[in-house]
Write a protein that binds this ligand. Structure first.
Ligand SMILES: NC(=O)c1ccc[n+]([C@@H]2O[C@H](COP(=O)([O-])OP(=O)(O)OC[C@H]3O[C@@H](n4cnc5c(N)ncnc54)[C@H](OP(=O)(O)O)[C@@H]3O)[C@@H](O)[C@H]2O)c1
Length: 317
């Protein structure tokens, strides 16, 4: 197939674009050309790079037509954050594709209730990002149901890979938490450390996207969670990482109001966002419908990324 990946040089694209090219697809990556993929791969040399600034093209109403002109069989959209943005693209692509793949987020569910959360659990997003992504999902599934554009929505958890900081056991992204655990230092966690996070390796996200593209008829009109097999509590995550570093876990638990004073405002905001959602999602639908089989557990994904950050001296052991 000819596949266009909008935003194909970031976390997901670094793994997805080479995977699709190696599978024999003709891949075009649309981006502003400002950043490079996180890892080199000879497969990048076989791809076409199309420089477009989505924001600027949308403002002039030309983004949809420019993507349509690439004459793809499938379009993977990794950079859509508003229903207006989705609508412009969808209207241009109607009747031209075998599959439109939108990257959603498990944040569309809002806070967890009965876990693991299934796709059919009523979605009650609690943040603007989640509300917009839900509106995009509804728009796309309606397009698909009415036969105008076959579309699937894939919802990743916290994406982990080599080259960037994984979400840490305190629920934010600063790598010092891993350094503290590696040195056997005391780490503060909010509340009882029982709130959850749900990671996924970027290559497992890529595997699921590739599987959906391979099965356009099964995928169209559906949405699927794309996470590791099981979520982690912050406490379990911190203990397992300390053990991996060969150290005892020295954890101290503080009520939220006290804990947030121990970190920067930005870190507190990230942690609050993660513990307020406390995601724990089921992958049974993707396993059954897309043959999704994640290679990495949450811990394996994080440990691979941490190993890479140790080698680059971002994390000090
Ligand atoms: N990261 C996570 O943990 C996570 C979790 C759940 C869901 N998601 C979803 O994943 C998607 C993002 O994927 P990602 O994390 O792989 O993205 P990313 O790492 O942020 O990469 C963004 C990509 O889009 C391109 N881009 C950014 N602005 C652009 C513009 N105005 N016009 C054209 N291209 C543009 C970037 O290249 P240039 O800068 O060169 O243009 C890059 O290729 C989003 O839909 C998000 O909701 C992410």
């Amino acid at each position: 197939m000819k596949i266009v990946i909008i935003g194909g040089s970031g976390h997901i694209g670094t793994y997805l674009a080479p995977r699709l090219a190696r599978a024999g697809h003709e891949v075009s990556v649309v981006s502003r050309g400002l950043r490079s993929p996180y890892s080199p791969d000879p497969a990048w040399e076989t791809m076409q790079f199309v420089t477009l600034d989505r924001k600027a093209e949308e403002a002039s109403g030309s983004f949809g037509a420019k993507v349509r002109d690439l004459q793809a069989d499938a379009v993977v959209d990794l950079t859509c954050f508003t229903p207006e943005s989705a609508r412009q693209l969808v209207e241009a692509l109607r009747g031209t594709l075998r599959l439109f793949v939108h990257c959603g987020t498990i944040w569309t569910h809002g806070y967890s209730t009965v876990v693991p959360t299934k796709e059919e659990t009523p979605r009650k997003p609690i943040c603007e990002y989640g509300r917009r992504k839900l509106a995009i999902e509804q728009l796309l599934l309606e397009e698909s149901a009415e036969g105008r554009l076959p579309a699937v929505v894939l919802h990743p958890g916290h994406i982990v890979g080599k080259g960037w900081n994984p979400l840490n056991p305190a629920g934010h992204f600063h790598p010092r938490v891993f350094s503290q655990l590696a040195r056997g230092e005391e780490v503060f966690l909010p509340n009882l450390g029982m709130e959850t996070v749900h990671h996924v390796h970027a290559d497992d996200v890529a595997q699921c996207f590739e599987s959906a593209i391979r099965r356009p008829r099964q995928a169209a009109g559906e949405s699927f969670h794309v996470v590791s097999e099981r979520a982690l509590t912050l406490r379990g995550y911190a203990e397992a990482m300390a053990e991996w570093f060969g150290q005892p876990a020295r954890l101290r638990f503080l009520p939220w109001s006290e804990w947030k004073a121990t970190v920067s405002e930005g870190e507190a905001a990230y942690t609050w966002d993660h513990i307020a959602h406390s995601p724990n999602c089921s992958i049974s639908k993707a396993q059954a419908g897309l043959n999704y089989s994640p290679r990495y557990s949450s811990l394996e994904a994080v440990q691979e990324a941490v190993q890479d950050l140790i080698a680059r001296r971002v994390i000090e052991v």
